[in-house]
Ligand binder design. Structure first.
Ligand code: PMP
Length: 356
């Protein structure tokens, strides 16, 4: 008897491997350094705003998320028509593919990069064109340009790149965008933008202002510490932003998430002080690892990358044994989030005893 069959592309969708929760070990505080989360608890005003919204859970959220759109527009100095919210920036990835790709269209991105890209591309019925990152874990923008064909609809530039860490510079991005055909959507995925401390850093908002085909993806999940609530946003000129809103899930961003995101923007100065502390911790960890002889990519995100190939699972197990849970990518490398100083110290210790 015939049974219902999913579209043929569904079988091609790779599985998303989430960061593991910490393994509980008697007498040892464990640290989850596997999902690039912010280790700090939310600031008090954020908890109160979220709790307040919980009281009206019998009502649908404001479908237009009007207060959050207004807050973001004021904060970024962009018109509300140039914004699109999503349930995390991962949803925006689906939205951009769903609104710009027909079956078989090509989507170019660096690899390895964010693992949701191939999943979302396959789900959209589009075709992934993966361009290997360089030995330093950087985007090979020239090779990405060369990979663009007349089937290409979308290009992702993940900066800083998850999981390898490096960012592109503004000069590199400008040259890249100038060479990309103007009908191709260039997504600049800035999930970790708040952690960037470098010369010639990308100014995403200025970049979008200058280009009709550029869209920024940002998130409240990382620096803003709201990963559990699922809010992200896109910034693009109105034709792209309205396409992203058109394919969004109605009532997707829930009321608690909207309230918490607004309160987080209001508490931004304090939040960003914590982000500064994490950036300083990153520098401390990177310096200690360099001192031990490790040559890791120059990460600008809240994580570091050990390109250990076949020995990746071994490092992950060694980390697990001392109570830190990291994110191995079997056969490729290990990504470790910068977390609480104690967790970071344990990473430094594990790395010191692990000979590459
Ligand atoms: N982009 C990148 C590069 C990421 O690393 C992540 C989260 N791991 C996201 C987007 C999605 O984050 P969220 O859906 O939580 O906003």
């Amino acid at each position: 008897m015939a049974t219902p069959q999913p579209r043929s592309n569904v079988a091609q969708i790779p599985a998303y491997v989430p960061g593991k929760p910490p393994t509980v070990q008697e007498g040892l505080t464990s640290y989850k350094l596997s999902s690039n989360e912010n280790p700090y608890p939310p600031l008090p005003g954020v908890v109160e705003a979220a709790t307040g919204a919980v009281a009206t859970m019998n009502r649908y959220p404001d479908m237009g998320s009007s207060a959050l759109y207004a807050a973001l527009a004021a904060r970024l100095e962009v018109p509300e028509s140039d914004l699109a919210l999503g349930t995390g920036s991962v949803a925006l990835i689906y939205q951009v593919l769903g609104s710009f790709c027909d079956a078989g269209d090509e989507v170019v991105y660096a690899w390895r990069s964010f693992e949701a890209y191939p999943i979302a591309v396959a789900a959209a019925g589009a075709t992934s064109v993966q361009v290997p990152v360089t030995a330093e874990g950087r985007h090979d923008l020239d090779a990405m340009l060369a990979a663009i064909t007349d089937r290409t609809k979308v290009v992702f530039v993940c900066t800083p790149n998850n999981p390898t860490g490096p960012s592109v510079t503004q000069s590199e991005l400008d040259a890249f965008i100038a060479a990309v055909p103007s009908h191709v959507v260039v997504v600049v995925d800035e999930a970790y933008v708040e952690f960037v401390r470098m010369d010639d850093a990308v100014d995403g908002v200025a970049t979008y202002r200058g280009h009709e085909n550029v869209v920024l993806f940002r998130t409240f999940s990382k620096a803003y510490g709201l990963a559990g609530f699922r809010v992200g946003y896109a910034v693009a000129h109105a034709p792209i932003a309205s396409a992203l809103r058109a394919v969004s899930l109605p009532f997707g961003v829930n009321a608690v998430a909207q309230a918490a995101a607004i309160a987080s923007l209001e508490a931004e100065d304090d939040l960003l002080e914590r982000v500064e502390a994490l950036a300083e911790e990153r520098t401390r960890v990177q310096a200690a690892l360099a001192e031990q002889g490790w040559q890791l990519p120059a990460s600008q995100g809240n994580f570091v990358w050990f390109a250990l190939g076949d020995r990746s699972m071994e490092l992950a197990a060694a980390a697990d044994a001392v109570g830190i849970t990291v994110r191995p990518f079997a056969g490729e490398g290990v990504r470790v989030t910068i977390g609480e100083p104690e967790g970071n110290d344990r990473l430094i210790d594990v790395a010191a005893h692990f000979r590459p």
